[in-house]
Design a protein around this ligand. Structure first.
Ligand code: ZN
Length: 324
């Protein structure tokens, strides 16, 4: 996504600058309320190769027990709507959700834009492919369920992407989306300095209303809206926030944050990624479980009011696409 002057959702040019950082600006459309990132050219040209560069922590991810618990939680929500069928996960990473869904009888396949993740998932015997949705030709109306967890905020052209997803779903098929929640209470404590905004390849920031609008014009009707706050989220947020600030500070002291600085920023974000993730996981889990009696009720209240850090949506394919 290059420097933007119109809203990618409604096309209007009534944009408000919410926040500026080296490499990107955060904009809000005053017409439809979409919040999105406008990248400087030097960062924009790296968007294509980011998955292979940023998502290679396979040893940490693959062994992480919380990923399996998360996969079970996600499957429990899906089971309220569907218990079996042909399921595709776009952005399947190391494949924990696919494994869990396969175990209860779904016929699963997946794809991911990180080669190391796909190799790891393939090694577990899963039917997974390396690439992006547009690299493959699935049959029309092939799937009963298409899942994408923490993916849609990375998609540069969401309307076109969802149109393709719509084609691959059977009539009445389900689209299951999880994305960082713009209305997250915890994230708002950090304002626009929350790591969710700083992450280089997060391009869109959805609230339930705006995502609902996008889904509606892409041929879907809303099935269910949920939210989830994991107990450790407040600590992972805080540690990532500190790490980002520290990296920025050390970068600032060495070089001017011009165009050259943004690709430098990306390189450093990649380099520190694995170490920071390991540290973030270990410390935050430990601290979170010490504070469990306080954080669990806090999370349940946020879930109830849809202010948890994850926005969870189950949408149903309407028979024909309107307005595209
Ligand atoms: Zn708009």
């Amino acid at each position: 996504m290059m420097k933007t002057t119109t809203c990618p959702l409604c096309g209007k040019d009534d944009l408000q600058l919410l926040h500026g950082e080296s490499g990107f600006s955060l904009l809000k459309c005053l017409k439809c309320s979409l919040v999105f990132k406008s990248l400087e050219n030097s960062l924009a040209e790296h968007i294509g190769d980011m998955p292979d560069r940023l998502y290679n922590d396979v040893e940490i991810r693959g062994r992480e027990k919380s990923n399996i618990q998360r996969a079970r939680d996600r499957l429990n929500i899906l089971n309220r709507y569907k218990k079996q069928g042909k399921l595709l996960e776009i952005g399947c990473a190391t494949g924990e959700f696919l494994e869990t869904a396969q175990h209860v009888g779904f016929d699963v396949s997946g794809l991911d834009a990180s080669q190391v993740y796909v190799e790891y998932a393939f090694g577990k015997g899963l039917n997974v492919k390396y690439g992006r949705l547009e690299d493959f030709d699935y049959n029309k109306e092939e799937f009963d369920v298409i899942c994408m967890f923490h993916l849609i905020e990375h998609i540069q052209y969401p309307k076109e992407f969802l149109k393709q997803v719509h084609e691959y779903l059977k009539p009445g098929g389900l689209l299951y989306i999880i994305t960082p929640n713009l209305e997250s209470h915890t994230d708002k404590l950090f304002k626009y300095k929350h790591p969710n905004f700083a992450q280089a390849d997060h391009l869109f920031f959805y609230s339930k209303d705006v995502l609902g609008k996008l889904l509606s014009i892409s041929g879907f009707s809303m099935g269910g809206v949920y939210s989830k706050e994991y107990v450790y989220h407040i600590f992972t947020s805080f540690i990532q926030f500190l790490a980002t600030r520290l990296k920025r500070y050390s970068l600032k002291s060495r070089t001017h944050l011009c165009d050259k600085g943004s690709s430098e920023f990306l390189k450093r974000q990649n380099k520190g990624n694995s170490f920071i993730k390991r540290m973030v996981y270990k410390i935050s889990f430990l601290v979170a479980y010490l504070f469990y009696p306080v954080l669990k009720p806090y999370g349940l209240i946020l879930d109830r009011y849809k202010k948890g850090h994850e926005l969870i949506i189950i949408a149903k394919k309407r028979p024909c696409v309107k307005g595209l």
